[in-house]
Write a new protein. Structure first.
Length: 209
């Protein structure tokens, strides 16, 4: 049993793919930029928002910042109660780990307030001990900074922690911090991308952990 679980959010805890990719495509249209496919947008999920748009095409700072502003407005308009479904088994697994005495945290490139709102909506506030969003760390994933900050906060050894995510960014972040890593097969990344990044195990449900 691990002492600490560090979870990604998008594609690991909740199925945000449609609302994210729809919002990205609407942003590109409003900004007058070339359209990108849903698949191309999906491959950027997990990066800080501004880097998502820069990964799609070369952008000036002004263009990238404008995309971020449009995206935040579009996403907020679409993110109504119940718009983002929780993946099966997530709540049950978190409650099981908590009952066994483990610490459960979130490390995401999503904004902190957005993560807090989702945790509240999912009624997981009792079980999540720390939320690290994009503005809570100096360097975002795949840098190990979010994981190292979490380990330090709880004084837990990397060998006692499991980093769980759906994208290769999550696996690289966990490995670079010296932690155990687990990829989920139901999110935005492929099984090959996760294993190529060095995931120690793959699961079809968090209940398998």
């Amino acid at each position: 049993m691990y002492k600490l679980f560090i979870l990604d959010f998008d594609g690991t805890m909740a199925d945000t793919n449609k609302i994210i990719t729809d919002s990205m495509q609407t942003t590109l249209h409003e900004a007058g930029l070339p359209m990108r496919s849903r698949e191309e947008c999906s491959k950027t999920i997990g990066l800080p928002l501004i880097e998502c748009f820069r990964a799609l095409m070369p952008l000036s700072d002004e263009q990238a910042n404008r995309c971020v502003g449009i995206y935040h407005r579009v996403f907020a308009e679409r993110n109504r109660q119940g718009a983002v479904p929780i993946f099966p088994g997530v709540v049950e697994a978190i409650k099981k780990w908590h009952q066994k005495g483990a610490i459960i945290t979130i490390a995401s490139s999503r904004g902190h307030n957005s993560l807090q709102d989702f945790v509240h909506e999912m009624e997981l506030e009792t079980y999540i001990s720390l939320i690290l969003g994009s503005e809570d760390v100096e360097i975002a994933k795949p840098d190990p900074c979010p994981v190292l900050k979490t380990l330090s906060h709880f004084n837990v050894s990397p060998n006692d922690a499991l980093v769980i995510g759906d994208m290769h960014f999550d696996i690289l972040m966990g490995r670079r911090a010296g932690c155990h890593t687990c990829g989920v097969t139901y999110g935005n990344g492929t099984a090959k991308e996760l294993t190529d990044a060095g995931a120690e195990k793959l699961v079809d449900s968090l209940l398998e952990i």
